[in-house]
Write a protein that binds this ligand. Structure first.
Ligand code: FCB
Length: 458
């Protein structure tokens, strides 16, 4: 590891999880139902019919998981708060027993010398709000700001770093356009409304968090490094539409206070006939951020393609005349995702060039890989591919820093193997292997590797 790049002493090494993926205990202590509880029960929605009912049983086993974090030596742990645990119906007063869990968790982290970083929304919308339209409905943004206040009033005295939303692209486009995530809706303009209301929710929550004493407030976007398959102008134009759908729909309002110029070509009638935007929304959405969280896994190579649905009345918002061309030369993870760490550096450098000083400091709030893990007789996984993946991406972060991008932290996804959304428990991203039959946790080689990386920096 002698040639490993040096990071400054205040660089934040962390690990991340999310409530629905690890907590289990979905009916405990007054927790309400979420869209993922409902969706997981829809036949065919999640591989193997897996649900979040037990997950990693973190709700009960959190002391053991915090001990794992402590031994790993991370400075910060990013976890999410389950909205239906805190506010079972998505509005009204807090459920004290639900909030008390996060209170205990935060105190135990601080006792272990690990800084908590809270994500308020990692996809588990209370089902009652979905029944009233979910993110398609503007009122959900206001409900989110109320929920943010309940959590921040309880925890902001001890939690320095706050993330409003995790990957709103997934909430809007997987949730309401192609329907592979909860709530499983396939829509056109309403999915674009969901994207807008998510941005509005974020913007409304920022001053609430600051007012409650949050030191650093940001959002975690899954920005994509999009590359045209060829330099044919049609592929280049397709890449811009892909970038608009994946990146610019978020970064332009958040960092530039404007809607993307390329949106008319990307959504045509779907956005031209919209009525969900109101005067003043962009001012709310573009409230200055203390940091931008970026979740990064893999790039996309795209080429021009016809609409999958020629009829704009039934076309979904993810149908933008491009298709994936793949990266056959790259190694692929167990998700089928090409591994190309340099594209993370390129994404960061390009963001800095595009937004200049309007780009706040960056934290890589997720990065990691699912591999075909096979435990040995002792339960240990020798995951050389995951180590190489993480090594490459940390080097890419160092390279971006060397080119002037102010990256201040890096969180591995994930501390534990967990419920990988529509893939269920079949895909494992953890530094720690979880045997779901016994809930036994065994650190993988990558855990020991990351621990050594962090220790060597100190
Ligand atoms: C991200 C999600 C996270 C996890 C990783 C693999 O999109 O934020 O919950 O599923 O992908």
């Amino acid at each position: 590891m002698s040639d490993f790049p040096a990071f400054p002493p205040d660089f934040v090494f962390g690990a991340a999880t999310a409530a629905f993926q690890i907590e289990g205990a979905t009916r405990e202590d007054g927790r309400g139902s979420s869209i993922w509880d409902t969706f997981a029960r829809r036949p065919g929605a999640v591989a193997g019919g897996d649900t979040g009912d037990t997950a990693c049983d973190h709700y009960r086993r959190y002391p053991e998981d915090i001990a794992l974090l402590k031994r790993l030596g991370v400075r910060s742990y990013r976890f999410s708060v389950s909205w239906p645990r805190v506010q079972p119906a998505g509005s009204g007063p807090a459920n004290a027993a639900g909030l008390a869990f996060y209170d205990r968790l935060v105190d135990a982290l601080l006792d272990a010398g690990v800084e908590p970083a809270v994500t308020l929304y990692h996809w588990d919308l209370p089902q009652e709000l979905e029944d009233r339209g979910g993110w398609r409905d503007r009122d959900t943004a206001h409900r989110f700001a109320d929920y943010a206040r309940l959590v921040a009033d309880a925890l902001a005295d001890r939690v320095p770093r706050w993330i409003t939303l995790n990957e709103p692209w997934c909430s809007a486009f997987l949730g309401y356009a192609n329907g592979v995530h909860a709530p499983g809706v396939r829509a056109g303009t309403p999915a674009l409304a969901a994207a807008h209301h998510l941005l509005l929710a974020h913007g409304l929550a920022v001053p609430v968090l600051r007012g409650a004493g949050a030191r650093e407030t940001g959002i975690a976007l899954n920005l994509d490094r999009v590359l045209p398959a060829t330099d044919d102008p049609r592929d280049v134009a397709a890449a811009l539409r892909a970038e608009t759908q994946r990146n610019l729909i978020w970064t332009e309002p958040l960092l530039g206070g404007r809607y993307p110029r390329s949106e008319d070509d990307t959504w045509e009638e779907l956005v031209r006939r919209q009525t969900f935007r109101r005067d003043g929304d962009l001012d709310v959405i573009s409230a200055p951020l203390d940091f931008l969280g970026i979740n990064y896994y893999t790039p996309s190579v795209v080429r021009d393609a016809p609409y999958r649905d020629a009829d704009p009345r039934t076309r979904t918002a993810d149908d933008n005349r491009f298709e994936g061309a793949g990266m056959p030369e790259a190694r692929h993870t167990a998700m089928g995702w090409p591994v190309a760490p340099d594209t993370l550096r390129d994404l960061l450098v390009e963001l800095r060039e595009r937004y200049g000083d309007a780009l706040p400091p960056v934290h890589i709030t997720e990065n990691g890989s699912a591999e075909e893990d096979v435990p040995d007789a002792g339960g240990t996984v020798h995951d050389a591919d995951r180590i190489s993946y993480l090594d490459g991406h940390l080097r890419a972060v160092a390279a971006a820093r060397a080119e002037g991008v102010d990256v201040r932290g890096y969180y591995v996804w994930s501390l534990l193997d967990n419920f990988e959304w529509s893939y269920g428990y079949g895909k494992r991203f953890g530094l720690v292997h979880v045997d779901y039959a016994t809930q036994r946790r065994v650190p993988k080689d990558s855990y020991h590797w990351y621990r050594a990386v962090i220790a060597a920096q100190a």
